[in-house]
Unconditional design. Structure first.
Length: 442
């Protein structure tokens, strides 16, 4: 994107609110994308594999504030553009991969609430996916001159062969009957079942005539069913982004941790063996969540052997072909470009409205380096928040001087070898090159 292009007020306000609050923006992420090109290319390969009928799993590892959540959201957006259905959720004490008290069903329900497509990127796409399945079946029936009910039954037959697939197919069939009869209540009940929102079998049987519900014991089976179903609806696959894996690491009970790690092992084995078609997982976690041999994933021997990183990947060499993707630190050049883009967002894309000159960006980086050290570009969330705070003061107080606000900090480049001159940053034209693909956690 050229820096001369205007940014819509809605996008600008949403971006700035998110950046100042330290959370991932839902709108306009492309305006602040920098770095992470190699990592994104690796995930693009996974997306293509999923669309081609394969499966994928990645564990994105980085320190707090290093860019995991932003990266996961970016991957989701790319997947939607590639005609995948996506879903995302954060793990917490009430949402886990394995549980006996409803927490696993809670995770499934959250994922389904956040089901998103390119047409509905903000979630809530379950009904539109089912509607698309029904409409494509009706089109096929009209072309073939066949009974729509038979076409739908035939298309759902492959689901019935999978674990839990018979009742899944029955519920989709119930949605079709509601569609055919104009029964909105029946349609709503079917969508509610597919979202995992029924708490008892009795309630589901009364509403839909099925004897099972989605519960803690069959969550993963229904995720595989959903991946196959979205394919029948005309999409290329399902990508699930599950963040905050650290909440499994924090579980006090070793039995609960191991049960959740065993579920991750089951997913990993299915993916590596190719038995989960059109389905992908991206998990986000901290380094200790992975490598701690007492409480982390490495405490489970079978996972440690499968997630062990390439021992030859050292001295700056990387291997992005394995399940683990470590987010490398942003470089100083990346940080400089990021600050340029944040400044541009504040100016709504108008270079004439920039609140600070290029010189101020360098001085701000030096200020951060003196106060924080080199961590300011390794975990840039706080740096971005501070820069937004600086711009907010300058915007609301036109007479303020950015030099005074920075406390007069102006270290000479030679006095701090960590802040050697950048490679001609003034030549950056603001274009989104392959290297300008975002990755900082907010």
């Amino acid at each position: 994107m050229s820096t001369a292009a205007r940014i819509r007020p809605r996008e600008r306000d949403a971006l700035l609110q998110s950046l100042r609050a330290g959370v991932v923006p839902r709108l306009g992420q492309h305006h602040v994308q920098v770095g992470r090109a190699a990592e994104l290319r690796a995930l693009l390969g996974d997306i293509e594999r999923i669309a081609d009928g394969g499966s994928a799993i990645r564990l994105v590892v980085g320190e707090y504030g290093a860019g995991k959540t932003f990266f996961l959201h970016l991957v989701r957006n790319v997947a939607m553009e590639k005609r995948l259905v996506t879903a995302h959720a954060d793990l917490n004490p009430d949402r886990r991969l394995h549980a006996t008290g409803g927490q696993a069903r809670g995770l499934y329900a959250e994922l389904m609430r956040n089901l998103a497509t390119r047409a509905k990127p903000d979630g809530g796409a379950m009904q539109s996916v089912v509607e698309r399945f029904v409409s494509t079946a009706l089109t096929e029936a009209g072309t073939a001159g066949a009974d729509p009910a038979r076409i739908i039954r035939d298309r759902l037959a492959e689901l019935a062969q999978m674990t839990g697939g018979y009742d899944f197919a029955e519920v989709v069939g119930a949605y079709w009957r509601g569609h055919d009869l104009g029964d909105e209540q029946l349609k709503a009940s079917a969508v509610r079942w597919l979202r995992g929102e029924y708490g008892t079998r009795t309630e589901a049987r009364q509403a839909l005539g099925v004897r099972t519900i989605i519960d803690d014991g069959n969550v993963y089976d229904h995720l595989k069913l959903m991946a196959r179903f979205v394919r029948l609806a005309g999409f290329d696959g399902l990508l699930l982004c599950v963040d905050e894996l650290v909440n499994l690491y924090k579980l006090a009970s070793s039995q609960a941790r191991n049960s959740n790690y065993e579920q991750i092992l089951r997913i990993l084995n299915d993916v590596l063996q190719g038995s989960a078609g059109h389905l992908g997982f991206v998990f986000g976690g901290t380094p200790e969540t992975l490598t701690d041999t007492r409480r982390g994933l490495y405490s489970y021997a079978a996972l440690q052997s499968r997630l062990a990183e390439n021992s030859f990947a050292s001295d700056g060499l990387v291997d992005l072909s394995g399940p683990v993707v470590r987010l490398t630190s942003l470089t100083q050049e990346d940080m400089y470009v990021l600050l340029m883009k944040v400044r541009n967002v504040y100016a709504a894309g108008d270079p004439a409205a920039h609140l600070v000159p290029d010189e101020a960006l360098m001085e701000f980086m030096r200020h951060c380096s003196q106060r924080v050290g080199d961590a300011y570009f390794r975990t840039p969330r706080s740096t971005v928040k501070a820069f937004c705070d600086l711009l907010a003061i300058l915007e609301q107080n036109p007479g303020a001087d950015w030099r005074g606000l920075l406390g007069g900090v102006a270290l000479a480049p030679e006095s701090n070898p960590d802040l050697a001159p950048l490679d001609d940053p003034g030549q950056d034209d603001g274009q989104d090159s392959d290297d300008d693909l975002a990755g900082f956690r907010l």
